[in-house]
Design a protein around this ligand. Sequence first.
Ligand SMILES: Cc1cc2nc3c(=O)[nH]c(=O)nc-3n(C[C@H](O)[C@H](O)[C@H](O)COP(=O)(O)O)c2cc1C
Length: 322
Amino acid sequence: MISRVDFAPLDGITKSVFRRTWQEFFGGADRFFIPFFSPTDQHILTDRHRKEVDPAANAGLNAVPQVMTRRASDFLWAAEILADMGYGEVNLNLGCPSGTVAAKGKGSGFLRDPEGLDRFFEEVFSRPLPAAVSVKTRLGYDSPEEFPRLLEIYNRYPIACLTVHPRTRPEKYRGPLHLDAVSLAMAEGRIPLCYNGDLRTPGEVRALEARFPALEAVMIGRGAVADPALPRKLRGGPPASREELEAFTAALYRGYQAQYGQKHPASQRMKEVWFYLIHLFEGGERLGGRLRRSRGPEAYERIEAEIFQTLPLREESAGELV
Ligand SMILES: Cc1cc2nc3c(=O)[nH]c(=O)nc-3n(C[C@H](O)[C@H](O)[C@H](O)COP(=O)(O)O)c2cc1C
């Protein structure tokens, strides 16, 4: 039975302003994964990254920071400073499909080098760690057939939780999910498993639960932006109301304006949220398209007002996650 819901890290979307505002209005996620940062060679935490992981910016969120690197020494440095800030778990990103990231052998690029990954874990786990280490992975660099080998490596280490997005790097975030690999991880994995991918409605979560009755945790990303009440509904709570969504988006916009000190970048951020949220509105395609193509805060404010004034709200998000 699924007893834990993690909010996935969505770089550019679920930054601290979003996390705090979403928690205030909806809540229902047990943990919140902070989008990754890549340690620098000089082992300096940049201001931008410090702001994201700052415990004050994550108060009350049960946040888990995420690190992307292929060097054990860099990971250990990051784990040390994050543990000093009070974090009990640090997550390793082995999933990022971006070409530039993968070319550096990081994120999903690290999956291309299983021996290197094995050595990485050997070094990381060779000494007492200041925090638990969890992993977020894809099935492989090119093919799902790489997964059994990767799972065999993960199984040899005391990884606290293995979150699996059952796709390969070229599959990015769309197309069929390889659920057979989840079966394999359930059957042969020795690490607590968390499923991640394409969950948009309580019905989809229940169907996953029916297929994998022993599964205890899911991670939801885009589905919880598309329907901010999804984690709450999974706990038997009510769907989002129009008033709630209006108050939520207004607070988010204010939060971004306070962060950036101006409206333009704040409206850009809001458009990224609306890219997913629009599917909660009946017939939202036209206004969603206009919002995407619009420029500047005035256009954003006008189109958002039109969405709230004219479009009926759905009980569940109906859009394809892209
Ligand atoms: C815009 C965007 C940014 C993302 N940023 C991160 C990230 O920083 N770290 C990470 O592990 N995954 C990242 N992901 C992947 C998500 O955490 C998640 O694995 C993916 O969206 C699939 O889950 P979902 O279908 O529930 O959204 C990102 C995905 C998207 C679409």
